[in-house]
Write a protein that binds this ligand. Structure first.
Ligand code: PMT
Length: 399
């Protein structure tokens, strides 16, 4: 697998786990891939492996102390935080995860992690019981919500004799994940917000108005953007597909909830992908009890839901906006009109029938923006990767 690590500045944090014996191999492999590596070690890491070893493999003095006058005079902790293109902590202990999740800055490594603007990736390593403990799992969720990439752990026999999850993933896998942050997809480090799936607009406690969106297209795009190195947040309506790993997911039911979730997350977002089939209307009243069919006909009064992408289009500055249009007739005219009306940079037009569009595994689209490009019938995952490449280059061209 090609690695995109040449000339990248990697700060490797090493914490106190037996897996620290693999840290020199990580450094060696990173340097072989052309990266420049500096190492910061916690006090406990130094019980497992010496700073001298890490200095020898990295070619730079190792950063150990927060209050070290000599080190601060050479490259201080803030300078180190600014220097890094990415901070990788491998191995990351349960204690380190807890301190980071808590926002502690009680040693050099946690201070740098808080001070840096670079993406943060951690490779946990610990006893299986510690990993599965509810507190570690809660810390994990906090870190993932804060967009810290957590890679691994893997399962297997452990140094302590236990068998289970908690082993640090192999250096070669860590490098592949790290390289993903700099992948040629042009989305490295970009913040991407994706809406997916339908919304449910309640009529009574057991009924709702909705549509046939499965969420497959939106989820595939979220995963493809993540693969291309983006920091992705997925806002999903009610779907039955599995939450993608490593992606922050916010679950909503109604269009109003989706609107609120988008507006909370849109600040700092570089690209907004509006893939959701949002309900345009909701029932004006929601019956408290189940409505019984004692009338021959019934009238339902509907009112408009907020237009999410339309509202994002009015922001200043606004992110790069890619909308979708699912149509049964006049596909291109309808889509182009929506693109202009909602101030989108691009719109992906898909026909809806039994084989393509909504609820299906495959899709066939026409992309309307600066150029018009048609993408033939293919699985939604493959299509998503192609779309992400196109969106990334259109975004870069606009900068
Ligand atoms: O989920 P799947 O089964 O994989 O199906 C994928 C899909 C067909 C749902 C998807 O590819 C798609 O086309 N999504 C858009 C559906 C649509 O027709 O939306 P629209 O024409 O109602 O809206 C146009 C755009 O405005 C969309 O980007 C939509 O997300 C957005 N919108 C619409 C209404 C609203 N209140 N707020 C919005 O943001």
């Amino acid at each position: 697998m090609a690695l995109f690590l040449a000339n990248k500045r990697i700060l490797l944090g090493v914490t106190g786990s037996i897996a620290a014996y693999k840290s020199p191999e990580i450094v060696r492999r990173l340097r072989e891939s052309g990266a420049v590596v500096r190492v910061a070690m916690t006090e406990n890491a130094q019980r497992f492996i010496t700073p001298l070893t890490m200095q020898a493999v990295s070619g730079y003095p190792v950063h150990q102390e927060l209050f070290d006058l000599q080190a601060e005079a050479a490259m201080g902790h803030i300078e180190l935080a600014r220097w890094a293109d990415v901070v990788l902590v491998a191995p990351a202990t349960a204690d380190f995860m807890a301190r980071l999740a808590n926002g502690n800055a009680d040693d050099l490594l946690t201070t740098v992690c808080l001070a840096t603007k670079a993406p943060l990736m951690i490779a946990p390593a610990m006893n299986q019981g510690m990993w599965q403990h509810v507190l570690t799992q809660e810390n994990l969720q906090i870190l993932q919500r804060k967009r810290i990439q957590v890679v691994g752990p893997s399962e297997g026999s452990q140094a302590c004799g236990d068998i289970g999850p908690g082993r640090m993933i192999e250096p070669v896998e860590i490098l592949e994940k790290l390289s993903g942050l700099f992948a040629h997809g042009g989305m490295a480090g970009l913040r991407v917000l994706v809406t997916a799936g339908p919304t449910h607009e309640a009529i009574d406690p057991v009924r709702f108005i909705s549509n046939g969106s499965s969420g497959k297209m939106g989820y595939a795009l979220a995963e493809a953007a993540h693969e291309a190195g983006a920091i992705v947040t997925l806002i999903s309506g009610p779907v039955v597909i599995r939450e993608p790993e490593q992606i922050e997911c916010v679950h909503v039911i109604t269009a109003n909830e989706m609107y609120d979730a988008v507006m909370r997350k849109i600040i700092d977002c570089d690209i907004f992908l509006a893939v959701a089939a949002v309900g345009d209307y909701r029932s004006k009243t929601i019956a408290k009890q189940k409505i019984h069919k004692d009338q021959a006909a019934m009238l339902l009064e509907l009112e408009r839901n907020p237009d999410i992408v339309g509202s994002v289009g009015k922001l200043s500055p606004k992110p790069f906006i890619v909308g979708f249009a699912a149509e049964t007739e006049n596909l291109l005219e309808q889509a182009e009109a929506k693109r202009k009306r909602k101030n989108m940079d691009m719109i992906v037009a898909n026909r809806v029938d039994t084989k393509v569009g909504m609820g299906t595994d495959d899709n066939e689209v026409m992309v309307l923006g600066e150029k018009r490009v048609s993408l033939p019938l293919m699985p939604k995952q493959k299509l998503a990767r192609e779309l992400i490449m196109m969106i990334a280059s259109a975004y870069q061209a606009k900068q």
